[in-house]
Design a protein around this ligand. Structure first.
Ligand SMILES: Cc1cc2nc3c(=O)[nH]c(=O)nc-3n(C[C@H](O)[C@H](O)[C@H](O)COP(=O)(O)O)c2cc1C
Length: 204
């Protein structure tokens, strides 16, 4: 809509001379196409957060901000519920057609820490169990995983690695290799996670 208006506005600057009309027409079409291309490239993100002490929630929220700034549709799930996430992923348009029929690019971004001895944080355990038992076709779901952990544990980022494996067995497509952040180092995981998304923005 915005693209059409802008295109029309520029076209309405129609000069008297014919070649200039052609120039403005071409320019308006190019700008309109760029807007349409951008809209078509926008992805729909479900950010799924696993966190025990809250640190990974901040990482998820920072990613939400970055992805929104990149023009994507983003929903964040701090208490992930598979049913709700599937509903958002395979939501229907007003014409009743499933969005994935219209090539909506669905991406799940998993941000999870690891606790216990390689365990999932409590808030994501039910999601993982439901996913494990899920028989729905998830082959149109793309995903990325960010793991937050501490390399002094033998089970460094095990939860992030395990959920990555599980998603692959469910047919989901991993669009970039898992990114792990080691909290035993003096790092800012929020900043690094956003930088990583920006570096990979062409994959999203
Ligand atoms: C009791 C406890 C157990 C942990 N176990 C692991 C582990 O097995 N593997 C790992 O990589 N990190 C482990 N960690 C480190 C946490 O993943 C890390 O501190 C992380 O930043 C916590 O994120 P959160 O605030 O989102 O829960 C453990 C931390 C605690 C306190």
């Amino acid at each position: 809509m915005m693209a059409k208006c802008l295109g029309k506005f520029i076209y309405n600057l129609e000069p008297v001379k014919k070649h200039k009309t052609f120039f403005y027409h071409t320019l308006s079409n190019t700008i309109a196409s760029l807007f349409i291309f951008k809209n078509e490239c926008m992805s729909s993100f479900q950010i799924i957060v696993g966190s025990m002490l809250g640190g990974t929630e901040y990482v998820g929220e920072a990613c939400e901000e970055t992805l929104t700034e990149l023009g994507h549709n983003v929903e964040i799930h701090l208490k992930p519920n598979l049913k709700m996430i599937l509903e958002s992923t395979f939501s229907e348009n007003s014409d009743g057609k499933s969005s994935d029929n219209l090539l909506k690019n669905n991406i799940w971004l998993i941000c999870t820490s690891t606790h216990g001895a390689g365990d999932y944080p409590d808030n994501i355990k039910q999601f993982v169990s439901d996913l494990d038992h899920c028989s729905q076709d998830l082959s149109t779901v793309n995903f990325l995983t960010i793991g937050i952990g501490d390399s002094s544990y033998d089970t460094y980022c095990k939860a992030a690695k395990s959920i990555t494996k599980l998603l692959k067995t469910k047919g989901c497509n991993e669009i970039a290799a898992i990114k792990a952040f080691d909290m035993s180092l003096d790092i800012d995981p929020e900043d690094l996670a956003c930088q990583w998304l920006l570096v990979n923005k062409d994959l999203l």
